[in-house]
Design a protein around this ligand. Structure first.
Ligand code: PMP
Length: 422
């Protein structure tokens, strides 16, 4: 259809209906409504293989069917009121205009103190810390800034879904190392074989979404040895850094000078403070990498929400809030696992994050995406099929459940899963 025809106006009913309120008066275009014309050309996609993410699909399905939503990773509960009061305080005090590009000085200084206390490394707030609009923007910006067309980026699959599209948009190639079901441990010999002269970046993620595994000191040692003498940068996604269980410690790249020197470390306040909708996070990196990161950052978001940054800077001074998170989620993990033990699912270990994997091997031959949809519709519990985290899904018999939910929600979900038909 020619564009002109598509854009022709059409008339719809009387401009003023009998139900129009008394104050209603026709505007300049009253009586003529335009149906939005179609774009007259082709739109070649930069991401032709990407549709709506599984997280949106499953959350929507859960809402439509009234299922308990353990699919998407977000807390069901609120932050302590103090955090909201602090944001309101800074808004009312007039801190509502652009923050400095790299983040407010107060927040960068508070981050520097936190990181130093935790990992023993002093990052310079001026040149080595940047506040971002959440972890996803940090990852996108880091890849865009550091990866050139033709480069290779090593990812570990199953992988958080934003990594590969960011690599594709940078004109680079994603090279996939396997974290194999059911242990989901890195095979460092395989990773070594995947490194080539074109490898620019290795993306790591511990604690790991979706498997809930954490990397050990030995893993970081292997990574360090692997990149020694190369110019490879490590993009270390540590958004679940404060959710590590059973008394183990989080192995941050920031802990090890040789890795810190070549790492862009990503964290997210959304995960730590139960405010995923605020989308504020940060990046730690040596100044040479930070310089390039900020070159792109300033044109992607320029700056991040000012009153929230100022509130977080104050909130961060109470270390018990992030240090207590592991115990908070460990209790939920134990509760959820005890409930799931009453079902026919087999539990995989959960060492960190707020995700629990469950295997349905031997219960049904269904593919994980088919089962996840059926369990939502029939069983009333929404989960995520782990195949969603792969380019070429192996369809292992495993589903991911998020336990960042109220205790009674977790209990009700377990009751439903216990009654599920396999
Ligand atoms: N990395 C991983 C592994 C995640 O699970 C998430 C959130 N689901 C992010 C990054 C993104 O964090 P944010 O919400 O702060 O963008």
């Amino acid at each position: 259809m020619p564009a002109a025809a598509a854009a022709r106006p059409f008339r719809m009913g009387p401009a003023r209906s009998p139900r129009s309120p008394a104050w209603w008066s026709p505007g300049p275009s009253a009586g003529i409504l335009w149906r939005m014309p179609r774009f007259p050309g082709a739109v070649p996609s930069r991401l032709p293989n990407v549709g709506t993410t599984i997280f949106t699909v499953m959350s929507r399905l859960a809402a439509e069917t009234g299922a308990i939503n353990l699919s998407q990773g977000f807390p069901e509960f609120s932050a302590p009121p103090l955090l909201y009061d602090l944001v309101a305080k800074h808004m009312r005090a007039g801190s509502n205009q652009y923050a400095p590009m790299a983040g407010t000085v107060a927040l960068r200084e508070a981050i520097a103190r936190k990181v130093e206390a935790l990992y023993g490394t002093r990052y310079d707030p001026e040149h080595e810390i940047t506040v971002t609009a959440g972890g996803t923007q940090a990852i996108f910006t880091a890849i865009t800034a550091l990866v050139r067309p033709g480069d290779e980026v090593i990812l570990f699959e199953p992988a958080y879904d934003s990594y590969a599209p960011s690599v594709v948009l940078a004109g680079a190639t994603a090279v996939r190392a396997r974290l194999a079901f059911p242990a989901y441990r890195p095979d460092w010999d395989e990773v070594r074989r995947l490194v080539s002269p074109r490898t620019r970046l290795i993306v790591t993620n511990t604690p790991h979404n979706p498997s809930g595994t954490i990397w050990s000191e030995a893993d970081l040692g292997r990574l360090e040895a692997l990149v020694e003498g190369t110019e490879i940068v490590v993009l270390s996604d540590e958004v679940y850094e404060h959710m590590v269980f059973d008394g183990r410690r989080h192995e941050s790249c920031a802990r090890r000078p040789a890795l810190a020197a070549r790492s862009v470390v990503v964290s997210s306040f959304g995960k730590t403070y139960h405010v995923t909708g605020w989308k504020v996070g940060y990046v730690l990196a040596p100044r040479e990498l930070t310089l390039e990161f900020r070159r792109v950052h300033q044109f992607v978001v320029f700056t991040v929400n000012t009153p929230v940054q100022l509130a977080l800077a104050e909130y961060l001074s109470d270390a018990s809030l992030h240090l207590g998170l592991a115990a908070f989620y460990e209790r939920k993990r134990d509760l959820f696992r005890a409930g799931l033990a009453q079902t026919r699912l087999s539990l995989l270990p959960c060492e960190g994050t707020y995700f629990q994997l469950a295997s349905y091997a031997g219960l049904t031959e269904e593919r994980d995406d088919v089962l996840a949809e059926r369990l939502t519709r029939e069983g009333g519990v929404a989960s995520i099929p782990v195949s969603a985290f792969y380019a070429q899904p192996p369809h292992d018999p495993v589903l991911r459940f998020c336990f960042a939910k109220n205790d009674d929600t977790l209990a009700r979900a377990c009751e439903r899963l216990a009654r599920a038909r396999w």
